[in-house]
Design a protein around this ligand. Structure first.
Ligand SMILES: *[C@@H]1O[C@H](CO)[C@@H](O)[C@H](O)[C@H]1NC(C)=O
Ligand SMILES: *[C@@H]1O[C@H](CO)[C@@H](O)[C@H](O)[C@H]1NC(C)=O
Ligand SMILES: *[C@@H]1O[C@H](CO)[C@@H](O)[C@H](O)[C@H]1NC(C)=O
Ligand SMILES: *[C@@H]1O[C@H](CO)[C@@H](O)[C@H](O)[C@H]1NC(C)=O
Ligand SMILES: *[C@@H]1O[C@H](CO)[C@@H](O)[C@H](O)[C@H]1NC(C)=O
Ligand SMILES: *[C@@H]1O[C@H](CO)[C@@H](O)[C@H](O)[C@H]1NC(C)=O
Ligand SMILES: *[C@@H]1O[C@H](CO)[C@@H](O)[C@H](O)[C@H]1NC(C)=O
Ligand SMILES: *[C@@H]1O[C@H](CO)[C@@H](O)[C@H](O)[C@H]1NC(C)=O
Ligand SMILES: *[C@@H]1O[C@H](CO)[C@@H](O)[C@H](O)[C@H]1NC(C)=O
Length: 430
């Protein structure tokens, strides 16, 4: 686009006034002012690779659209700006010839958060929050599925405090150490915040890759048994079916390998619904959906069974009939949804020895046929940015580090993992 000419000149220092620049086709000089103020501020703070990336984006159609959307945003956006060193470590260097326009736009979109996010907006460690990003899943996956769902980012205060924010992405934790860049001199950037971070965020992996990563101490070698089950020919949907984009996302509860040693599991292996008893291809359920209200009811899995996800003083649990499994870590991001690590295999009701004797009218047992197909309640958190923009950090939950505190009146929770919050509610994960 024609901003190219501007940015070639406008890289710091900025000796020319805008009136001296030839911008015959520039559709909006206010947008130009905005972008010049931004690259100026980034340069002044040593974020020169990030600044160059914005400049390069302005020269492409998709990038120009993204930058325009920042300018037009009525609510605050937070740019996670990797340092020059971070970009270098990731092998991303100007003039970005090795990146396609599509890759550059995806990269920048993933680093653009809805809302203002900084240390003060996050709950106390080990809780975590979930922020919506500008990365639209359908675009990132080149999918024609008609959905506006976007990727999220998981943010958490550092264990040692110190104003350090960590952004957790599968095997990478990006840290900010000095808070938001002071943009008070740039009045044009009224709706923008910049948070420098020390790593480039990777795009969340596909399910098959996520299942190989060491995402918790109980799954240090990945999820080999679950992988075998999902890859076995007897499972009707293939792994790649589960990696596809759907309108409202994908959620999988992934049992750790040691959970498969239970003798009941061996029996259940012959049940064709064992695999589909662990996921839904119709919904991305982030921990914020159950943590704030304390529970998320009637999530229907692809097997037809339904689960309640419960948060209480003992932790986070997935409850299916009379089975209850603890969530060891919530909100492991996937390319097309989210994964939660659990400590037991969810046995199909038909192969649960005890379920036959459970009265369908008992408090715990819930016949799947009475369950609606779609969950109601606080659904689709990722498609409603307005619900996410505040970065509101009320209702935090204590973790093992401060089990005596009483955030939201909830005590003595033992989590050795992270916790999240979305739209004012916080989720707990391992
Ligand atoms: C997605 O489409 C873009 C062009 O729009 C192309 O450059 C890119 O390689 C595609 N990515 C994948 C993974 O197919
Ligand atoms: C996409 O979905 C929306 C509603 O969710 C609908 O209004 C729109 O027509 C759909 N677009 C296409 C191309 O199907
Ligand atoms: C993270 O995992 C990806 C595979 O998804 C791998 O390519 C990358 O090297 C890993 N990064 C680190 C820092 O371990
Ligand atoms: C931010 O910068 C302005 C000058 O541009 C300065 O007056 C103000 O004190 C700075 N704020 C902080 C918190 O450093
Ligand atoms: C789990 O995986 C281990 C190692 O691959 C295997 O020996 C064991 O039989 C598996 N268990 C089940 C229940 O599939
Ligand atoms: C599972 O099914 C196979 C045949 O498909 C059978 O040989 C085996 O005994 C069954 N295992 C159990 C535990 O029922
Ligand atoms: C969940 O299902 C039960 C019946 O099994 C019903 O009473 C309850 O209202 C449902 N809850 C929601 C949130 O749909
Ligand atoms: C929390 O919920 C789980 C699952 O329903 C249950 O097993 C556990 O006893 C509950 N803990 C407390 C303290 O209520
Ligand atoms: C945060 O949420 C609480 C309760 O929902 C509300 O009272 C408060 O005004 C919110 N704060 C901000 C900054 O949005």
């Amino acid at each position: 686009m024609h901003l190219l000419a501007l940015f070639v000149v406008a890289l710091w220092p900025l000796p020319l006034s805008l009136s001296q620049l030839e911008l015959p086709d520039c559709p909006d000089t206010s947008l130009t002012d905005y972008l010049v103020a931004l690259i100026d501020a980034l340069y002044a703070n040593g974020l020169t690779t990030f600044e160059s990336l914005i400049t390069s984006l302005s020269e492409t159609e998709g990038g120009y659209d993204l930058l325009s959307s920042w300018y037009n945003s009525q609510s605050t956006l937070t740019l996670l700006a990797p340092t020059d060193t971070a970009f270098q470590s990731a092998g991303i260097t100007p003039p970005f010839k090795h990146l396609s326009e599509w890759e550059m736009v995806n990269l920048m979109s993933l680093h653009t958060l809805d809302g203002q996010w900084d240390y003060e907006k996050l709950p106390a460690y080990p809780l975590h929050s979930i922020a919506s990003t500008d990365l639209v899943l359908a675009e990132a996956m080149n999918s024609t599925v008609n959905t506006t769902a976007s990727q999220v980012a998981v943010l958490q205060q550092a264990q040692d405090g110190g104003n350090v924010v960590q952004v957790k992405a599968d095997n990478v934790t990006a840290k900010s150490w000095s808070g938001l860049v002071n943009l008070s001199a740039a009045s044009q950037l009224w709706n923008l915040q910049v948070l420098p971070i020390d790593s480039v965020l990777p795009l969340p992996p596909k399910l098959s890759v996520a299942l190989t990563l060491p995402t918790s101490s109980r799954s240090a070698n990945g999820f080999n048994n679950l992988t075998s089950l999902l890859s076995s020919s007897s499972t009707s949907p293939s792994m790649s079916d589960l990696e596809a984009l759907t309108v409202r996302g994908f959620t999988i509860f992934a049992p750790v390998d040691d959970a498969w040693e239970n003798p009941d599991v061996k029996v259940a292996l012959n049940d064709s619904t064992l695999a589909s008893n662990h996921y839904t291809t119709t919904y991305s359920l982030y921990s914020t959906a159950w943590y704030g209200p304390g529970q998320f009811l009637n999530l229907t899995l692809d097997s037809g069974a339904s689960v309640d996800v419960v948060y209480n003083n003992s932790g986070n649990f997935v409850v299916m009939g009379d089975q209850s499994t603890q969530i060891l870590r919530s909100d492991v991001l996937l390319e097309n949804g989210v994964l939660h690590i659990i400590d037991k295999v969810l046995l199909p009701i038909s192969s649960t020895p005890t379920s036959a004797s459970t009265s369908p009218t008992s408090g715990n047992a819930r016949p799947s046929e009475s369950v609606p197909n779609a969950p109601t309640g606080p659904i689709q958190p990722i498609t409603t940015p307005s619900a996410i923009t505040s970065g509101n950090s009320t209702g935090s939950v204590p973790g093992e580090k401060d089990a005596q505190s009483s955030g939201a009146g909830i005590l003595a929770v033992r989590f050795w993992g992270v916790v999240l919050a979305l739209s004012g509610t916080f989720l707990v994960s391992l």
